[in-house]
Design a binder for this molecule. Structure first.
Ligand SMILES: Cc1cc2nc3c(=O)[nH]c(=O)nc-3n(C[C@H](O)[C@H](O)[C@H](O)COP(=O)(O)O)c2cc1C
Length: 187
């Protein structure tokens, strides 16, 4: 089982990316979690570039990588009460062409970290809604990691054993849901 881990933060010292690195360690037996880095390479979504044969290389890679994964775990920061534009942009690209989209029937789950006290809860709720509209099968609940600076150290290590176990459980759910997922139907 290969699960892709997509961080919605481009920041070098991102708590969300650290969370996904911890999730790599927390993955249960038989689950391989791989960080996907390609968000910053994507152009802004433009429907005029939609033609499958002609899309930019970074978009082609996104669609290929996301489509090939058995499932995807997203980690989102919260920017002004919602998901960062860069993450929404990637999802827009991966939601088209509608009938053969990389996100169509893809089993996905979300986590999120913020330095505030609500742990990017609004961003995670929005992200689940957006992913569902984009055609993904969203599973599991939100995992709000509040006051991330107290729970992840300067080297990006998780200081919270309970959170590590939560990540493991989340991945176990995601993996088992992905096993029973319907095949993506090509257009
Ligand atoms: C433009 C911007 C808007 C933000 N808005 C929110 C917000 O609405 N809620 C919140 O909890 N934190 C907010 N924050 C703080 C982020 O949660 C914090 O910077 C977090 O560390 C970002 O995630 P990262 O460490 O993965 O980059 C905001 C930060 C930025 C840069």
């Amino acid at each position: 089982m290969r699960i892709l881990a997509v961080s919605g933060s481009l920041r070098e010292g991102s708590f969300n990316t650290s969370l996904l690195r911890a999730a790599v360690e927390a993955a249960p037996d038989g689950v391989e979690l791989e960080l996907w880095e390609g968000l910053a390479d994507l152009p802004l979504y433009d429907q005029d570039l939609e033609d499958v044969a002609d899309v930019p290389e970074s978009v082609r890679r996104l669609r290929e990588n996301w489509a090939a994964a058995d499932a995807i775990l997203f980690a989102t920061p919260e920017y002004n009460g919602s998901v960062p534009g860069s993450l929404k942009n990637a999802i827009d690209w991966a939601s088209r062409p509608r009938l053969d989209a990389a996100l169509r029937n893809k089993t996905v789950a979300v986590v999120g970290a913020s330095t505030g006290q609500f742990g990017a809860l609004w961003a995670q709720q929005d992200l689940k809604r957006i992913l569902g509209i984009a055609g993904a099968r969203v599973v599991g609940t939100e995992i709000p990691v509040s006051r991330a600076h107290d729970r992840i150290d300067a080297e990006g290590r998780l200081l919270d054993g309970e959170l590590f176990e939560q990540l493991r459980l989340h991945l176990t759910t995601l993996a088992s849901e992905a096993v029973g997922a319907p095949e993506r139907v090509a257009a």
